[in-house]
Ligand binder design. Sequence first.
Ligand SMILES: Cc1ncc(C[n+]2csc(CCOP(=O)(O)OP(=O)(O)O)c2C)c(N)n1
Ligand SMILES: [Mg+2]
Length: 619
Amino acid sequence: MAQALVRFLAAQHSERDGVEHRFFEGCFGIFGHGNVTGVGQALAEHPELLIYYQARNEQAMVHTAAGFARMRNRLATLACTTSIGPGATNMLTGAAAATINRLPVLLLPGDVFASRRPDPVLQQLETPWRGDVSVNDCFQPVSRYWDRIQRPEQLIPAGLAAMRVLTSPAETGAVTLALPQDVQAEAYDYPEEFLDHRVWPIGRPLPDAAALDAAVALIRSAKRPLIVAGGGVIYSEATGALQRLVKRTGMPVAETQAGKGSLPFNHPGCLGAIGATGTLAANRVAAEADVVIGIGTRYSDFTTASKTAFQAGGVRFVNINVADADAHKLAGLAVVGDARAALDALDARLHDWAVEDEYRRQCARLQAEWEHEVSRLYHLGHQPLPAQSEVIGAVNELSGPRDVVVCAAGSMPGDLHKLWRTRDPKGYHVEYGYSTMGYEIAGGLGVKLADPDREVYVMVGDGSYLMMAQEIVTSIQERLKLTIVLVDNQGFASIGALSRSKGTAGFGTRYRYRTDGSLGDDSNHRDDEALPVDLGLNAQSLGAHSIRAHNVEELRDALVAAKAIESTVVIHVLTDRYQGVPDYESWWEVPVAEVSNMPEVDRARREHERGAKRRRWYL
Ligand SMILES: Cc1ncc(C[n+]2csc(CCOP(=O)(O)OP(=O)(O)O)c2C)c(N)n1
Ligand SMILES: [Mg+2]
């Protein structure tokens, strides 16, 4: 069965706009019992069918596959094979991250014997009251399609169903085919047609004409429309269509994390990031918008600033989305269809309409003011340690227009969302659906694999680095160069700041020796309490070229030097954990204890209640 599976995977293709793509460009795997003699044997017998990549950690290889799929606009991906038990469940976090970000990845965890004869096998978690569950059932809620191949012929319907979901822009995410180890090795006479070259068209479904008419009528009635561009704009390759519409109508655009890059940062009308990590320009315009046109967005709480971003009475939403569930959010007018097709249709129907000049001028003014703020934060001159915004500025200014910045968790994603000057639709790659600490290096590897011609800048905090740095080894092994900027503020600065703002003084967010039996708060910092840990040396020991930068000038020199180095470079820079980028008239709902014995918590609770008054239902 595993041999047929590998042949089947190698024969699958996607097609969009008349261009065919091989759908699986390879298979990541870590072998153990449960795949070494099944899928492993099949990959070994026909290495020309599917390139095999070795990883260090199963979670990481799913991130790599997701990063790859995102970079390829979901037209291609990688498969991931694991042993049974811990090898399999290590992929759970990666699966959830892929599904939340709507990225296709195929997971092939090994499973316990279908025959049950040798039960319990090594790593089998027994469920005394049920014979038909294994740890792989944990993948069900984080997968868009899940099956267990109990008989070899079952691969035929399961394989086809898996492909349908993986290539559906509305449904895609992690797909799990759990493979009992005995079934992998069983013979079956598969029909040749199952293994033939197969093409899965990825269409551009047109929205319903009546929905388009209603959307056009609503937009024409708007005085202060705002487009919210989400990841769907980029996946659908609709950025050109968006530019045309915006240029002609003057409608301003704000971007979600996944949608950043929909317009170049300096395109007229580009207000940048929206929501909790939004720019002043976008948040001001959002607060007064009367019609919000969400394109390819799932309206996460960061985008809507926990439903406080849009304050105009009677604000209406037009939601262009290929996924019905997203199109109906915020009681919006649902325009279900492909982003590019919908934008072209809107452009044609709005050919004689534009926003008023005064609105266009106001947006241009806000955009210019925001650029000024970005320049200020890029060149703060903060002493003695640089601020994170200066690190972002240096990387932005010294990277090329087609290079890619990759990030996922900590304080960096919010700062990048606000400050990164995106010049290319694929130049900004921040995983902020699951915001998975540990995605950065592994995901960056997938980006590089998908587009080796671009330099990939991985921005990673010390916390994320410590969670999953080991794929540096894979980058060396595969000769896939990453430039990793390791921003070391000696702890979880983002959560520390959140904790301080909520009255708990940064409890448990700094690295320090345990004193008085507690890891304590973050207020009485002493340098002699710092841990004797050197992450730059750690990176060097994993095979990276490691450079330590003590200030912004050294960081700039290191970034220039890194360009000439052919393998993975880690630039280790210490920053001031307390010098954050402010929020710009936004709010994020994080609950604070209603009762406590901590006065600072009471203060934060009252502030929380004030903020919560601005929440809207959008009905
Ligand atoms: C796997 C995982 N665990 C926990 C969190 C919650 N979390 C978000 S940011 C963060 C700290 C990140 O630290 P670091 O990478 O050093 O970035 P910094 O906050 O210092 O910028 C934590 C613990 C998460 N996002 N992902
Ligand atoms: Mg940190």
